[in-house]
Ligand binder design. Sequence first.
Ligand SMILES: Cc1ncc(COP(=O)(O)O)c(C=O)c1O
Length: 385
Amino acid sequence: MIQRADRLNNVKEYYFSKKLREVAALRNEGKPIINIAIGSPDLNPPASVIEAIQNAVELPNAHQYQSYQGIPELREGIATFYKEKYNVNLNATTEILPLMGSKEGIMHISMAFLNKGDKVLIPNPGYPTYASVTNLVQAEAIFYNLNETTNWLPNFEELEKEDLSKVKIMWVNYPHMPTGAVASKEDFKQLIAFAKKHNILIVNDNPYSFILNEKPISILDVEGAKEVAIELNSLSKTFNMAGWRVGMVVGNAEIIKTILQVKSNMDSGMFFGIQKGAVEAFKLSNEWFKSQNEIYTKRRAIVWEIFDALNCTYNQAIGGLFVWAKLPKGIKSEAITDELLYNKNVFITPGTIFGSNGEGYIRASLCVDAEVLNEVLNRLTTVKI
Ligand SMILES: Cc1ncc(COP(=O)(O)O)c(C=O)c1O
């Protein structure tokens, strides 16, 4: 048997990749499983975006390799979007790199900046990919605690007690997934000051800023942020284009150039039609965000009822595509998740997949039609926990 690489020793298959196989098997047995676990938007992308990709496939250059840096029109669209929505100036030629989804950016950034043994600050709870990619590049994950008492924001006093000398990257993600916590500009200022003091690259992963969030902000809006911070962003949730795979990394030209050094060796450009679709998405008016958020607001009210039925508590003043709920004392996240899956045919996310601080919590997605959420509510009203 050929030995697999050592870099896989600390990396497991992605939770959803494994659990969805189990869900599929249960469905094959005839179980009517409802999935309220995953944040894959079920609503349609804007009509103008669909039309743009349809038109693009007729163009003669649509089928050729595309620029490693994305078409200029897309980078200009991103620059205008950042100016209008976040008040951030970006040079469309040097400070923007389109990505095939922000998830791949996590790998590119890690490969571009981390050597074996370098340390990386990773939120607990947080998006699992930060840690698995850190392990894949054989750097060392240092988990920093987020909890209710600090409203899921970094505790700098605690962080300062760590040996930070080998830390090169700190992942932050506000609005935060899974908790929905939102950072203010003041919070970002503190992060930038911390990064400057310790010479750390901050990467803010910002795919949720337009979902149920009154004031979208970018970490790059903080003065001097470009010296130490970059930002990942995505069209997956903002424009319901998760399967299209389109996002971007923006910030300091030198850093972007370094990331391109990795990325240009890994793919050969993004499909032209997707880029043309993305260009249209960035032109949409605020009506688009309003219409999406009206739907998510209605769905969230039903999810709150679902969590009431489970005797959970939750913070209503949060953003993003999920509701994060605290279980009654003594109930374990994975135990209740399995109970709901096997006894109620409802698949929900256990908080523990986001780290140890997710114990005692569960997460529900708003990417489910209101009617289906009501069916979940029906099924749950008889659950005893
Ligand atoms: C916090 C966070 N970052 C990044 C991603 C990846 O998004 P994309 O579809 O842009 O790769 C997700 C997707 O669920 C996410 O929740």
